[in-house]
Write a protein that binds this ligand. Structure first.
Ligand code: COI
Length: 356
């Protein structure tokens, strides 16, 4: 028995660890996983850490049919000082429970969520890679586990957490990506799931992303579902622009995920005295700024990629090259600053990191 009534069963056959230089995103998993069950009449119960392995699900399990499923994603970093730090875990705890509520999934005691991450990372701490640009990605997941084919919130759930040592999310790394602006497909609509970290949002994005890939782009830029005019997100990331020295990002108004990196970037930009606006921005404003020469930088923010500069946008056959296809100064400074906090190189004056 571990602390807080969390049972620990250690593996007897640890896997070989990948070399830092070989790490991609989400292909390798550590030796252990955290699991907890829920039943309507019991609440959450049987919190435990077990050897990593497959789940056994009845073919009728609700999640397999109606996608009552959600996840979170955060990272643990190993600093040069050897310490392991989680980046803004509290924000992820809060968002997990917000998504759960939206998905009719029972929420979990916030302290227990945090404990499930810190205990698991601590147990598998040797798996946290060392090289710059690598980290241990933490993937908490909640699924409806009741075998039942009626359409209603399930009466049984599983919460589990797996860990994956990762390198760069995009093969481009911090090099600028080419983005296709789509007006044929949409990711979210007002009143829908857009602001939740629902698995279904990612399923909804696949078709357009494949279309973009076939046309030679890394990802898509999503416009709003009603007017197909207002910019929402880029790929699986939040998007930001620097136009005429104003940092602009779409507001959190229901269709956009409240990204933790988004929040961190906005906080830094405000601290640095930049003009920061969370406001609607149309694709026309961007094309006009490009024509006028005031479009300075474009970048995506997300936990997986941290900051991903956009080098080129393609919209209705028009090609917009951003900053000559190179990473901008502000984009680079934001990346360097966040990364230095994550690896413990800069002092954490904002309480963003949690040592494990
Ligand atoms: C992100 O971290 O940017 C994400 O959206 C997670 C992604 C791997 C689905």
């Amino acid at each position: 028995m571990g602390t807080n009534g969390i049972t620990i069963t250690r593996t007897t056959s640890g896997k070989p660890k990948p070399k830092d230089a070989d790490l991609a995103f989400g292909t390798e998993f550590t030796d252990h996983m955290f699991l907890m069950d829920y039943k309507d009449d019991k609440g959450w119960y049987d919190a435990r850490i077990e050897p990593y392995g497959p789940l056994s699900l009845d073919p009728a399990t609700a999640v397999l049919h109606y996608a009552q499923s959600m996840f979170e994603g955060l990272k643990a970093f190993r600093g040069n000082d050897g310490k392991i730090r989680l980046f803004r875990p509290q924000k992820h705890v809060e968002r997990l429970n917000r998504t759960a509520e939206r998905m009719c999934i029972p929420t979990i005691d916030p302290d227990l969520i945090l404990k499930s991450w810190t205990m698991l990372v601590d147990l598998d701490r040797d798996w946290v890679p060392r090289a710059v640009g690598t980290s241990l990605y933490i993937r908490p997941t909640l699924i409806a586990s009741e075998p039942f084919l009626g359409v209603r919130p399930a009466k049984q759930y599983v919460y589990y957490v797996i860990l994956s040592p990762v390198g760069a999310y995009y093969p481009e790394g911090i090099n600028p990506v080419k983005i296709m602006v789509v007006d044929k497909y949409v990711r979210a609509v007002p009143g829908g799931l857009g602001e939740a970290k629902a698995s279904a949002n990612y399923a909804a994005s696949l078709y357009a992303a494949e279309d973009a890939k076939h046309q030679g782009f890394t990802q898509v830029l999503w416009l709003d579902g009603v007017h197909r005019k207002w910019i929402e997100e880029v790929g699986t990331m939040n998007i930001m622009f620097k136009i005429a020295d104003e940092v602009i990002t779409p507001p959190l108004a229901g269709t956009i995920l409240a990204g933790v990196t988004r929040d961190s970037v906005l906080a830094l930009a405000r601290e640095w005295g930049l003009r920061v606006s969370e406001r609607q921005i149309s694709i026309d404003e961007v094309t006009e700024a490009a024509a006028k020469g005031t479009l300075q930088e474009v970048w995506g923010t997300g936990t997986a990629a941290v900051i991903s500069p956009v080098g080129e946008l393609s919209y209705q056959g028009q090609r917009i090259v951003v900053n000559g296809g190179r990473i901008g100064n502000l984009t680079q400074k934001l990346y360097d600053t966040i990364v230095s906090i994550q690896y413990g190189e800069a002092r954490d004056t904002r309480g963003w990191t949690l040592e494990v």
